[in-house]
Write a protein that binds this ligand. Sequence first.
Ligand code: ZN
Length: 320
Amino acid sequence: MKRKKVKINFGNLILLLIVIGLLGYSTYYLYNYFSGDKDKPNEVDTKYENKLVKKLKSLGYTESEAEKITVNLNEEIVNNIDKKYDNLVELSEVKYFHIENIDRYEELIKNSEYDINEVVMRVNTRIDKDFYTNITNVQDQDDPFVIVNKYYALSKDYVPSDLINVGNGQRMKKEAGEALIKMLDDIKNAGLYLQAQSGYRSYDLQSSLYNDYVSRDGKEQADTYSARPGHSEHQTGLAIDVSKDGTLSKAFENTDQFKWLKENAHKYGFILRYPSDKIYMTGYDYEPWHYRYVGIEAATLIKNEGITYEEYMVKYKGSY
Ligand SMILES: [Zn+2]
C-alpha cells in the first residue's frame, strides 16, 4: 500500500515535468517564430552568424544579402569586411573568389561585360592589368608547378639543378626530360620524327635573344612571340620547343606530328602552353611547338577542359 502511493506520486512528478517541458518549449518556439527566427534551424550554430549578419546590415547590406555572404565566406573574412560592395554576394559565390582582390573585381565589373566567373578569373590571373606590370618574383623557383609568365619572373641567377640531355644539344629538368625522351621515342615508334629544338635557356641567353628580336621587330612586336629575360618558361627547364625539321613555325600545326601531340602529349605530362584561343591571357601568339611539362594529372585536366595553365592554377590550386 505504502509502496504503491510512492509510485503514483513519482508518476505524477514525471507528468508534471513533461507538461513544464512542453510549455517551456512551445513558449520558446512561439517566441522565435514571432521574432523572425523561424527559419533558423539551430540556435547554437547560428549564434556567430547572427552577429555577422547584424554587422553586415550595419554596413548597408540587406538581411538576405548578409545571410548569403555569411554562408559563402568564413567568419574571419566577414569580420574584415568594412564597407558595402555592390557585387559581393555574387562574387562570394565563385569558388576561387579571393577577398583581397575585391576592389579589382568591382572595377572590372563596372568597366566590362564579362560574367562574374570571367571577372574573377581575369583578376586572379592578373590580366585585368597590363602585361609586365604588377610583377612578382617567383618564390619557389624549383617548384614543378611553377608559373612563369608576364607577371611572374625568375631571378637572373636561377638555374635548375637537375638538367639532363634530351637530344639535339638540348636540356630539361630530369623528370620533364625523361618524359620528353619517352614521348619522342613513342612518336618515333608511331612512324613520325620529332626532335627537341629548344629546351632550357639561361637568363643571359634569353636576354640576348629578346634584345635581338627587339632590334629587328621593335619591342611591341617582339613581346608577342618572345619572353623578356626572367619571364621565359624555358628558364625553368620544364618547357620544350619541338620540331620535325629544325624549324619553328605555325605550319607545324598542319603536320601529323602536331596531330599526334594533340592526342597524346598529356599522357606524358605535357600541355600546349600557348593555344590560339588564349592569346589574351598568355600574352603570346599561338605556338603549336611549345610544350610545358606539368605532370600527367594536371596535363589531362587541362587538355580535357581546354584551359590554360594559369586557369588551371586558379581553379585547382587556389592561386599561384
Ligand atoms: Zn618555347
